[in-house]
Design a protein around this ligand. Structure first.
Ligand SMILES: C[S@@+](CC[C@H](N)C(=O)[O-])C[C@H]1O[C@@H](n2cnc3c(N)ncnc32)[C@H](O)[C@@H]1O
Length: 276
């Protein structure tokens, strides 16, 4: 059940959410790749077609979740971060941001943001905060960063550092929607000592298969994808200080084991600090 200080979407809101199951959506396709049960026939069909194009997508999705957990642990334990803004949350899975953050620092506050009604329907699980901390959920689109920041201000104190997490979401923002400006807008409202953590499907790792998968997903899924190469993903960190080991393949970012490091993750990933 939601902790005392959890806010945002109430269970009655989420219970009345309806959604179209005939078209594949990324939150549910990703849930299928992760072995979850919150997906429908169209999502499974799209997920399977993508697996045919790029068989490592399942390992890649898992490596991305493992990266997310390592990053949140690093931010809470080593960087002293107590406020998290997790945009493109996805359907709850193992090691959700508030669980990892609050296991290291129970007072952590986490605001989740997603624009998918299925994720909204699961908001209750995301709002299950440790009573010492707090969680919130905002039903919003990343293309409207001002709305996100206004909503996040209900729970987060922008006078203190915040970690903005953009895990496997920026590929859904076309170049025409200027994803770099969106990221800059999010960070501009935050004080020095804040962090940007992101992962992004790579156009230049396993390039041929990734191009095939992008074509497949763009035919089958409601949300379109733009995979980006190393320099294009690195640009998101302009003006920030990357922490060690810099921007790397997601599985190579501070792996907990050799097996984790060996995962064929087709994502660029990194964590950077805003110093001024
Ligand atoms: C591939 S999943 C990643 C989930 C999670 N961040 C992770 O890394 O495990 C992408 C998520 O971003 C959400 N999403 C896609 N485009 C979005 C947008 N424009 N605004 C908000 N959320 C979006 C989807 O609904 C989905 O839940």
């Amino acid at each position: 059940m939601a902790g005392e200080r959890s806010r945002g979407v109430t269970p009655s809101d989420s219970e009345h959410t309806s959604f179209d199951t005939s078209v594949a959506h990324v939150a549910r396709v990703y849930n299928y790749w992760l072995g979850g049960k919150d997906n429908f026939a169209a999502d499974r069909a799209a997920g399977e077609q993508a697996i045919k194009a790029f068989p490592n997508i399942v390992l890649s999705a898992r490596a991305n979740r493992a990266f997310l957990a390592r990053v949140v642990r690093f931010l809470a334990q080593e960087a002293g971060i107590r406020q998290f803004l997790d945009i493109g949350t996805g359907i709850p899975s193992a090691n959700n941001t508030h669980e990892v953050a609050q296991s290291a620092a129970p007072e952590s506050r986490v605001v989740y943001v997603d624009n998918d009604p299925v994720v909204l329907a699961h908001a209750r699980a995301l709002l299950a905060s440790d009573p010492k901390g707090a969680t919130d959920y905002i039903d919003a689109d990343l293309r409207d960063p001002q709305q996100i920041m206004a909503g996040a201000a209900r729970l987060l104190d922008f006078g203190r550092p915040v970690a903005v997490m953009l895990m496997a979401i920026l590929q859904h923002i076309d170049d025409e929607d200027d994803p770099y400006q969106i990221v800059a807008t999010l960070l501009s409202g935050l004080p020095p000592g804040s962090y940007l953590a992101l992962s992004h499907p790579a156009k230049d790792i396993d390039a041929e298969s990734m191009a095939k998968m992008a074509d497949t997903l763009n035919r089958t899924m409601a949300e379109k994808v733009t995979f980006r190469d190393r320099p294009a993903v690195a640009r998101f960190f302009n003006g920030l200080e990357l922490v060690e080991p810099g921007m790397v393949q997601a599985s190579k970012w501070r792996p907990a084991s050799e097996a984790e490091a060996a995962s064929p993750a087709a994502l660029w990933a990194g964590v950077a600090r805003k110093s001024r």
